[in-house]
Write a protein that binds this ligand. Structure first.
Ligand SMILES: Cc1cc2nc3c(=O)[nH]c(=O)nc-3n(C[C@H](O)[C@H](O)[C@H](O)COP(=O)(O)OP(=O)(O)OC[C@H]3O[C@@H](n4cnc5c(N)ncnc54)[C@H](O)[C@@H]3O)c2cc1C
Length: 391
């Protein structure tokens, strides 16, 4: 069966971009879809063989410049990867997705040339991975003033505290730590980002247990116990830590929106096929009921609207014109609409929707992360309302 999303993307992106999407889509069909249920039932993270295969396909280096060992692509490529892999599994898609949009991106945006040359080629090959250490047990939405501290000690800095919910921690070579460096400084200038090797003395990682979303994705907590790093570990300028993190999140939110739409695209295909095949009352398909058709039509409208909007935002991002409000809006809308519709899609499919092999329950659970991750939708509305309140 042809995927509905393919018909939209064929019109929305250039031929070479669509060909790239097809390559990743076919990779997902061959290398992810057949194994997903087994990985889930065995509570496995993305296997090393799959990480290697994604690396060989160049997925970890998509928007990294060729001179730094990447594919020289753009944010549209990243989002197309999210749509292609997320159709089967957001958890697999977020692995290269976060490695790029939260790991390599801060380095691309704010790193020195020496830092880029030292790390980007290995990041692009997927041989090295950075994690984004913003959230802490006591600092989620309120991330500007971290409880992790970094104190100057001669030529070095000493870090203390804990980061949590760090995606890809299991495979990380380094963590980008957002730490308080100047508690008395002006708002927005109190923190600094440090690039810390995971094997540095005093760094301890633990996989967080009991997570029922993005099950194949690694989510870790990382402790820093008197971790000493040199001054040139600073990423961006001293005092600009929050700026580095916030700038990174703009692109990350577009990727999260792509995952939400990928789940919606899967649910639309699954539901429209089921509605034609499931026979009830008078030997006729349930797809003849208008209330069932309503759900399918609303999903189709939301998918076309979301894709058009998201790809427009990617173009603005590539031209350095995407505002924080625009990135927040598309993430809020795609995640909220897709997860609201997912519940209705499951209702259309009835009892089978409760079982893992049908696939909808996985997307239902994963869509919850898209509402909360990279800024909870409720909190992001504080950002969206700002220009609306200006006189
Ligand atoms: C699977 C997963 C992976 C993640 N990966 C990473 C990662 O790689 N790196 C990283 O740094 N973080 C990561 N996170 C953390 C994620 O970004 C945070 O969960 C998110 O920022 C919200 O923080 P919180 O969960 O502490 O919620 P809280 O800040 O405690 O907020 C709880 C709820 O309160 C409400 N609320 C909070 N503030 C406001 C407000 N201003 N206005 C209105 N309502 C509000 C909202 O309903 C919100 O959902 C991940 C989280 C998950 C679940």
């Amino acid at each position: 069966m042809a995927r509905r999303i393919d018909a939209y993307l064929r019109d929305l992106v250039a031929d070479d971009k669509f060909a790239f999407y097809e390559t990743v889509r076919d990779f997902g069909d061959a290398e992810i879809a057949p194994h997903l249920l087994h990985w889930e039932r065995e509570h496995q993270l993305v296997p090393d063989s799959c990480l290697r295969a994604m690396g060989e396909l160049g997925l970890f280096g998509l928007p990294i410049a060729e001179e730094h060992g990447g594919q020289g692509g753009d944010h549209t490529d990243l989002v197309l990867m999210g749509l292609a892999l997320g159709y089967h599994s957001q958890a697999v898609a977020i692995t290269p997705g976060a490695a790029i949009s939260l790991g390599a991106k801060p380095l691309q945006l704010c790193g020195t040339e020496a830092q880029k040359r030292a790390h980007l080629p290995a990041l692009a090959r997927g041989e090295r991975m950075f994690v984004f250490g913003l959230s802490e047990p006591g600092r989620g939405s309120d991330a500007a003033n971290p409880q992790v501290t970094a104190v100057r000690k001669g030529a070095n800095w000493v870090l203390q505290g804990e980061k949590c919910w760090s995606t890809n921690a299991r495979w990380a070579s380094h963590v980008i730590v957002h730490a308080l460096t100047n508690p008395a400084g002006p708002n927005g200038k109190r923190s600094t980002c440090f690039l810390v090797p995971m094997d540095q003395k005093g760094v301890f990682y633990q996989e967080m247990q009991g997570k029922k979303v993005w099950e194949q994705s690694s989510t870790g907590s990382i402790m820093f116990d008197n971790v000493e790093v040199p001054h040139d570990s600073i990423l961006g300028a001293e005092g600009d830590g929050f700026k580095v993190m916030v700038t990174t999140l703009n692109g990350g939110r577009l990727f999260i929106a792509s995952l939400a739409l990928a789940s919606l695209a899967f649910a639309l295909d699954k539901t429209r096929v089921y509605a034609e095949e499931r026979i009830q009352f008078d030997d006729k398909p349930i797809g003849r009921f208008q209330r069932v058709q309503d759900v399918i039509v609303d999903m189709d409208i939301a998918l076309e609207r979301g894709l058009t909007w998201l790809l427009h935002c990617c173009r603005l991002y590539e031209q350095n014109k995407l505002s924080r409000e625009q990135a927040a809006k598309v993430k809020v809308d795609c995640s909220r609409t897709a997860s609201d519709l997912l519940v209705l899609a499951m209702e259309v499919c009835g009892g089978v929707a409760c079982f893992d092999e049908f696939g909808l329950i996985r997307h239902h659970n994963d869509l919850f992360v898209t509402r909360v991750g990279e800024g909870s939708n409720f909190a992001l509305k504080d950002l969206i309302v700002r220009p609306l309140r200006q006189k």
